[in-house]
Design a protein around this ligand. Structure first.
Ligand code: SAM
Length: 189
């Protein structure tokens, strides 16, 4: 078994380069998503999605994953300094491609904003999912009427888009809207 393929860097808030996390919370606010469970792929050191969902009074609960040691450390500091935020916002270190579905709750919105960006061949050695399997896993975890959120300005969107479109066709989802840089999919009635 090889070692985990992790993110050896860390990412601060760079809205001009990567506005996806701000657009995720803008979307949730614009569509009045409240009292909901949100999954978020890629926290950044800023932990914007979890913090904003606490500060805006939405009552949304966020589970975020990061594969960056520094971003995980930033969460530890956040939890120490602002325990009230850490109640509804949990972030953990791990590789999203080896999530155990039985350890996950159901979600009302899933933001797979970095789909196809970080899937590495090294993950094959430890049984990592493909990007399609990752969407399928979260489809199983999505509550009825839930939102699947993708990022059309991702550096890997040229590879992610066909994966998303094939998944939508096979799974009965349709693109309900493009919101800023995001593509939103919901299940056909
Ligand atoms: C370019 S940063 C973007 C962070 C944040 N979403 C933003 O836009 O500001 C990419 C993010 O993906 C996360 N990431 C990369 N590979 C991952 C993996 N295999 N599993 C979980 N998270 C991963 C990194 O930890 C980092 O948070």
């Amino acid at each position: 078994m090889g070692k985990m393929s992790y993110y050896t860097d860390f990412w601060g808030m760079n809205y001009d380069i990567c506005p996806c996390d701000v657009h995720v919370t803008d979307y949730l606010e614009a569509r009045n998503v409240k009292d909901s469970n949100i999954f978020h792929f890629g926290t950044g050191t800023h932990h914007h999605v979890g913090i904003r969902c606490h500060e805006n009074g939405s009552g949304n609960r966020v589970l975020g994953i990061t594969a960056s040691v520094e971003e995980a450390e930033a969460y530890v500091k956040l939890a120490i300094e602002r325990p009230e935020v850490s109640k509804s916002y949990k972030a953990f270190f791990g590789d999203i491609y080896v999530l155990e579905p039985k350890l996950l709750p159901n979600f009302d919105a899933v933001a797979l904003v970095h789909l196809c960006e970080f899937r590495a061949p090294a993950m094959d050695e430890y049984g990592g999912y493909t990007d399609r399997q990752l969407i399928d896993l979260f489809t199983e975890k999505l509550n009825p009427g839930g939102h699947m959120i993708f990022y059309t300005k991702s550096m890997a969107w040229d590879r992610a888009q066909p994966v998303v479109e094939a998944w939508a066709k096979d799974s009965g989802f349709e693109k309900t809207e493009e919101f800023k840089t995001l593509a939103i999919y919901r299940k056909n009635k």
